[in-house]
Ligand binder design. Structure first.
Ligand code: GDP
Ligand code: MG
Length: 436
């Protein structure tokens, strides 16, 4: 999914101006990409329609950076679609009871352990795991293995075939032993069937959990949506756990499930280990789906800090070869306002890797600023007049050496040339990203 979206957004990202045709083309690509990721047809269509409306409403076409505005719109809308803000667990109740539901193999037992570990690490929580999968003796053993790994007690009753009775006994055990969270692991089947639904509904009704969670394998695509719907129809669950989102698994399932059942996704599982659990953040998932690093927040920050007119003027100056030290100084000040240089470079896809070995020190600007301040107005606008005696004077005035002044002049010269080059071709997108 991310590759296709990348391609679609690339068209927009790279261009300073887009036409209505471009917008329609891009949204068509976005829609195709969503469909490929098993997002329901109706949802994908609704999504692109919303983005289109917003794009027109915000006058994307006449804005200075239409491509970036579109990227931002797509990302914001995707985030909204997946639930906006992250939602936590309801841990009221003494003890708070969390019931797991889902198909066999979805990751219930593993996630029960991860969640117990996650809560245990919060210090104020003392979880108890309860083994209610009565069909496979190995399932009870599996939960004990998990419990041992994370040092969390497991309540089980081998031989007892009534999951409702075990769940109740487990809760009583928790109360008697000072556990303030009870996590109940249940049995699943390979496919949705009535017996399983009846059983999980019976457990739920008997113990009245604060949280009934539906665990689903993110790799199962459109099937995940159907399963989610079937479980939600019976259980009206409180939240979704999306497992197996490690490696290359795309987040397509997150979009569809959220849209179809309208329940928050609360956690994701990203591996088999007990630590592989993350709170679900819709905006991060949108980034992952869009596969564009943190480029959106870079754009946002840049937009906050740069005055659009200023950027336009600057571009004209560069084009006319009139970029001088005063403009350079302004640029430095802008960059400093935006925050740490390294962070900023890391947000540009690809640049992060490139910059890894180069140490950018924010203090590095200090010397540069001092040197520029020691130049006369004439020297700033026309650096070519800076001869040996001027260099000496500037060095003295700024408390730097002639070598340092030389170095800056050389760097400035190179930069001016580079900027000129960036005016056309490949570097344009990056320049725009830096200028907002
Ligand atoms: P259950 O039948 O619902 O209890 O599922 P299990 O917890 O037994 O998990 C089924 C399989 O999926 C096991 O092999 C787990 O190790 C694996 N698994 C569970 N969660 C994840 C995950 O987030 N990532 C990966 N890669 N594997 C997982
Ligand atoms: Mg299990």
């Amino acid at each position: 999914l991310s590759e296709k979206l990348d391609k679609a957004l690339h068209v927009l990202k790279g261009h300073g101006s887009i036409t209505e045709v471009n917008v329609a083309e891009t949204l068509k690509e976005v829609r195709r990409a969503l469909l490929d990721a098993d997002v329901n047809f109706k949802i994908a269509k609704e999504f692109t329609n919303t983005v289109k409306e917003k794009a027109l409403g915000q006058n994307v076409l006449t804005s200075l950076q239409p491509g970036q505005l579109m990227v931002k719109l797509v990302k914001d809308e995707l985030t909204e679609l997946m639930g906006g803000d992250a939602e936590g667990l309801n841990l009221s109740g003494t003890p708070s009871i969390i019931l797991m539901s889902g198909l066999q193999g979805s990751g219930k037992t593993t996630f029960s352990g991860k969640l117990a570990n996650f809560l245990k690490n919060k210090k104020t929580k003392k979880p108890l795991l309860v083994a209610c999968d009565v069909y496979r003796p190995a399932a009870v053993d599996q939960l004990h293995v998990v419990g041992d790994q994370i040092n969390v007690e497991v309540y089980s009753d081998k031989g007892n075939t009534d999951p409702v009775a075990i769940a109740k006994a487990g809760i009583a055990h928790a109360k008697a032993n000072g556990h303030n969270v009870v996590i109940i692991d249940t049995a699943g089947r390979l496919a949705v069937d009535e017996a399983m639904m009846t059983e999980i509904a019976n457990i739920r009704d008997a113990i009245q959990p604060q949280e009934t969670l539906f665990v689903v394998d993110a790799m199962t695509g459109q099937d995940a949506v159907n399963t989610a719907k079937a479980f939600n129809d019976v259980l009206n669950f409180d939240g979704v756990i999306l497992t197996k989102l490690d490696g290359d698994t795309r987040g397509g399932a997150a979009i569809s499930i959220k849209s179809v059942v309208n329940k928050p996704i609360k956690f994701i599982g990203t591996g088999e280990k007990m630590e592989a659990i993350d709170v679900f953040y819709p905006s991060r998932m949108a980034d992952r789906i869009l596969g564009m690093g943190d480029v959106v927040s870079l754009v946002e920050r840049a937009q906050e800090q740069f005055d659009e007119d200023e950027a336009r003027k600057l571009q004209k100056k560069i084009a006319k070869n009139q970029f001088g030290f005063d403009d350079f100084l302004k640029q430095i000040q802008q960059i400093k306002k935006m925050g740490n240089m390294k962070d900023l470079m890391g947000m540009i896809p690809g640049a992060g890797k490139m910059m890894k070995d180069i140490d950018i020190d924010d203090d590095a600007f200090k010397g540069i600023e001092a040197i520029i301040h020691s130049m006369t107005l004439q020297e700033r606008t026309n650096p070519s007049i800076i001869n040996a005696s001027r260099k000496k004077r500037i060095g003295k005035g700024s408390g730097t050496s002639v070598q340092e002044v030389n170095q800056l002049l050389k760097q400035f010269d190179q930069m001016s040339k580079m900027m000129k080059m960036m005016q056309g071709g490949k570097g344009k997108a990056m320049m725009q990203a830096m200028q907002g």
